[in-house]
Design a protein around this ligand. Structure first.
Ligand code: NAD
Length: 281
């Protein structure tokens, strides 16, 4: 049976380390503040925003919320972002996605100052990552690197396969693994021989968005398997893109859902807020 990679425990370690850093910064007179913007009242978004605010409170980061009505125009949202960009008391700006259909997400993401882009979605942040410069990194893949490192899983020189090529998970994940000197293959919906490619992986990162698609037949004996997916199954219980019961019999290490990658995303958002405050000092 595979060992569990416990995202709850590791994310708590990270938040506790950040709590100390934030307290030390406070002593030097540096307060950190995250602005969280939500447009409309999508239930899942409300839960995510609530969890982010709770994490801020735990770590000692101030947060200000902007809960805007569904009918908010793109111009109104942009003008709020402009105001927050020029407010020196705000270190990070987070716009909860998805936005209502009448607002263009790319335009909004591009408007956030790259210095306050704690989600790491701005094209400048993505560009910095791809050319190896310092900048904000998308929180989910950054959290996966921490999970691997803190579970003593060696990355350098390993065969890593990432399934999924989204801008927020798959692509930055591949870049980060490359930065750690892994040999990286990215698979997607048009990949041929998916199973054979996955079976080569020492580290398999699964970000497909299809419940329980990856079973033991895709996994090399002893591999580390990271499940990014989040779904509700037929009994309304959370499950991932990986069939945990099947894969845990062959993998060496595996993340559960819930309690694997999910909690890491928020911990890394907190990390980015602290980085933002230090960077702009
Ligand atoms: P996405 O839908 O943007 O991308 C999915 C990717 O999977 C695409 O690149 C597609 O090419 C690939 N894909 C789809 N079907 C495939 C198939 N049959 N074979 C191979 N590849 C296939 O999704 P995303 O935003 O990257 O998210 C992926 C999953 O991770 C979702 O379940 C999402 O809810 C979850 N997620 C979790 C967190 C977290 O904090 N845990 C954060 C972001 C996303």
């Amino acid at each position: 049976m595979a060992d569990l990679i416990d995202g709850k425990v590791i994310s708590k370690q990270i938040k506790d380390e950040l709590k100390e850093k934030v307290a030390a910064l406070k002593k030097e007179g540096i307060e950190i503040c995250l602005a969280v913007i939500q447009v409309g009242n999508d239930t899942a978004s409300t839960v995510y925003v609530g969890n982010k605010k709770k994490a801020c409170e735990y770590v000692g980061i101030n947060s200000v919320s902007y809960e805007l009505p569904e009918e908010t125009t793109e111009e109104e949202l942009i003008s709020l972002i402009d105001r927050l960009n020029s407010d020196s008391a705000i270190n990070g700006i987070l716009v909860q996605l998805p936005l209502p259909k009448h607002i263009d997400e790319d335009t909004v993401i591009k408007r956030i100052s790259p210095d306050k882009d704690v989600d790491g979605f701005h094209p400048e942040s993505v560009g910095r990552l791809s050319i190896g410069q310092r900048g904000f990194v998308s929180c989910t893949p950054a959290g996966i690197i921490e999970l691997l490192k803190r579970s003593d899983i060696e990355i350098e020189g390993k065969e890593c396969v990432v399934i999924g090529r989204s801008n927020i998970v798959g692509k930055p994940m591949a870049m980060l693994l490359l930065r750690e000197n892994a040999t990286v293959t990215v698979c997607h919906s048009r990949t041929k021989n998916l199973k054979e490619i996955c079976k080569r992986a020492d580290i398999l990162v699964v970000a497909i968005g299809k419940p329980k698609m990856i079973d033991a037949s895709y996994v090399k004996e002893g591999a580390a398997v990271i499940d990014v997916g989040i779904h509700r199954n037929e009994n309304n219980k959370l499950c991932g893109d990986v069939d945990f019961d099947s894969v845990s019999k062959v993998a060496g290490k595996i993340t559960p859902v819930p309690g694997g990658v999910g909690p890491m995303t928020i911990a890394m958002l907190m990390n980015n807020c602290v980085e933002a405050a230090i960077m702009n000092e």
